[in-house]
Design a protein around this ligand. Sequence first.
Ligand code: HEC
Length: 254
Amino acid sequence: MSFRLFAIGLTASFGLAWLSVVVVPFFKLRTPSPISFQEGFDEQEGIYHPKRAGRVANGAAVYAENGCYQCHTQVIRPTYAGMDLARPDVGGLSPAVNPDGIDSRRESNVFDYSGLDFAMIGTTRTGPDLMNLVPRLKARVRQQAKDDGEEISEGVVAGRVRDYLFQHLYNPRSFARLENWSSCPSMPFLFEEREIKGQPSDDALDVTVEAGHEVVPGDRAEALVSYLLSLEHDDPVPATMDYAPAAPADDSQG
Ligand code: HEC
């Protein structure tokens, strides 16, 4: 074999793989073309545009700098690659836990990461996947209220989820639900301990510190929680993008 043939062969085998696995997907996924809902297939019309609210960009930076992605993934795998969709509250909510009674579980798609510099798909699942953290926490709060025989509005549910997240970041080992066990690291440095001047703050955490002092979220904790509150990726996608549609109701029984 001549050196020239060897060099061409080497370039072709690595170059083609690089082109098809790195370059082409990079340009295709960077600017995905909009996808429309279709009449007859979807329950709504118009262009699919996922809504995201909150301090997504700088909250994601706090998430990245504290290594949350080392233990938490953000990707709902298709069924051929894992069992995410079979679980009641990971890929969305199953009808059993969803107050709307619908199945909102779906796979992740490229639009789920829009507006972010990096897709935090994560490296391992030491902790639970966070793609649908918010629906899951809301379902948990509603269940807890139901068990306690308490009637609460959706606004109260949202407020409790927010409080839970601050408390969890400050000390993940403060919940009876896990018998005060958790290997999620605490992030007290995102909070500020200060002297109470006048009225205690509404945002003060339920923790014991020196008398006359309170713990309140710092700016980075606010940004991180705002980002965590945007982790809700179970909105309906166009049928053309939904590779795991809910099974149609079985009408054959009449
Ligand atoms: C060493 C691995 C590890 C790291 C790093 C880590 N976590 Fe966790 N996390 C866990 C484990 C394990 C759990 C499950 C136990 C629990 O709920 O406390 C968890 C649970 C959570 C939950 C509750 C999820 C639920 O469904 O109830 C949230 C929210 C969370 N982590 C956020 C974070 C954030 C934000 C960061 C970065 C600041 C982070 N975690 C870093 C391991 C980790």
